[in-house]
Design a protein around this ligand. Structure first.
Ligand code: EPU
Length: 301
């Protein structure tokens, strides 16, 4: 989608940097995604004004975080993509509390806190993506989920058009699911973390890194796990048992290392990836009677 010069000038007055015609395949870990205009926001305070302007001009938009858990359609996209501001390093620590910008890198946050003797999040170390994306999805690994440590979230609430602060107790964090509204935009989070010596945290981080390296295709283009695990089950194990490792649809392939990771082996399109997802879901449904739910977020046009 193209922003007109006239609207572009008004957005620039609000401090927005406009990048025309950006291939989102360069912004996602899957290396998949069509083209659209990209708007870089500079200050949280300007978000309500920018959103108001886009609504008045009937410009559909989506916020893109780290791009590590999203599958974006091919071709020219019918919406613009917004990026949140972040200062450097986008995080600070005060006692047991960490204050982190949503646009900050999740792994960067874990190590920043670790160096200040704040632990608890060791399991999240290899999870790629932004803090905002992790919050929205309640990202988790190796027994840790980010929601356990959340005390406050500052967000832009599209339904009121305002910046608001929610208390952690008022947010539900379930397995890869939260009670945020779909159009809430995470801006900043306050976490409360247990004190732990850096050396201990580092040792736990190393163990998680080794487990991850041993079981996941870290050097290939993927969006992590494609499906959520069904209650009490493992999507990866079922897909593996069906002998589907290495199964392909075009350039999209079930990883031969971890069967719930689907990788882009060369130039996979969104259509390839969707075909592979549908085929595998169907095979699991027929054999196990289980309908797997996507873990990856599909941005349908
Ligand atoms: N397994 C197989 N074959 C495979 C993959 C897994 O037999 O190809 C078996 C494993 O041997 C193990 C079981 O399935 O007995 C579970 O596998 P694993 O420990 O790799 O965990 P997972 O349930 O597949 C979950 C998360 C991962 C997270 C890991 C580690 C989901 C959907 N996935 O994977 O998160 O990294 O645990 O905690 O909850 C993600 O969210 O994108 C993601 C990768």
């Amino acid at each position: 989608m193209r922003i007109s010069d006239k609207l572009g000038a008004r957005l620039q007055e609000l401090g927005v940097e406009l990048r025309p015609s950006v291939p989102l395949s360069e912004k996602t870990s899957l290396g998949i995604g069509g083209t659209t205009d990209q708007l870089l926001l500079r200050k949280f305070e300007t978000i309500p004004g920018v959103m108001h302007l886009l609504a008045n001009e009937n410009i559909p938009h989506r916020f893109l975080g780290g791009g590590t858990n999203v599958l974006i359609a091919d071709g020219e996209l019918p919406y613009v993509v917004l990026h949140l501001p972040t200062s450097q390093p986008g995080m600070r620590v005060e006692g047991n509390a960490a204050y982190v910008d949503a646009a900050a890198d999740l792994g960067g946050m874990v190590t920043f806190c670790a160096k200040r003797d704040l632990g608890g999040m060791e399991g999240l170390i290899g999870v790629p993506g932004s803090v905002g994306g992790a919050l929205r999805m309640n990202a988790g690994a190796y027994g840790t989920q980010i929601g356990s440590y959340v005390r406050e979230v500052e967000l832009y609430r599209a339904s009121t058009g305002k910046l608001e602060t929610l208390r952690g107790d008022d947010i539900r964090f379930d397995y890869r699911h939260t009670s945020f509204a779909p159009d809430d935009v995470m801006l900043r989070v306050k976490l409360e973390l247990p004190q732990k010596p850096f050396k201990e945290i580092l040792a736990a981080i190393k163990i998680c890194n080794e487990k991850r390296r041993a079981s996941q295709p870290l050097n290939q283009k993927s969006a992590g796990c494609i499906f959520k695990n069904p209650p009490g089950g493992s999507a990866g194990r079922m897909i593996d048992e069906l002998g589907l490792k290495g199964h392909r649809a075009g350039d999209a392939m079930v990883s031969d290392r971890h069967a719930n990771f689907f990788v882009n082996v060369a130039n996979a399109s969104c259509a390839d990836m969707l075909r592979l997802i549908d085929e595998v879901r169907e095979r699991v449904r027929v054999t196990y009677g289980i309908e797997l739910e996507n873990e990856v977020i599909f941005w349908k046009n």
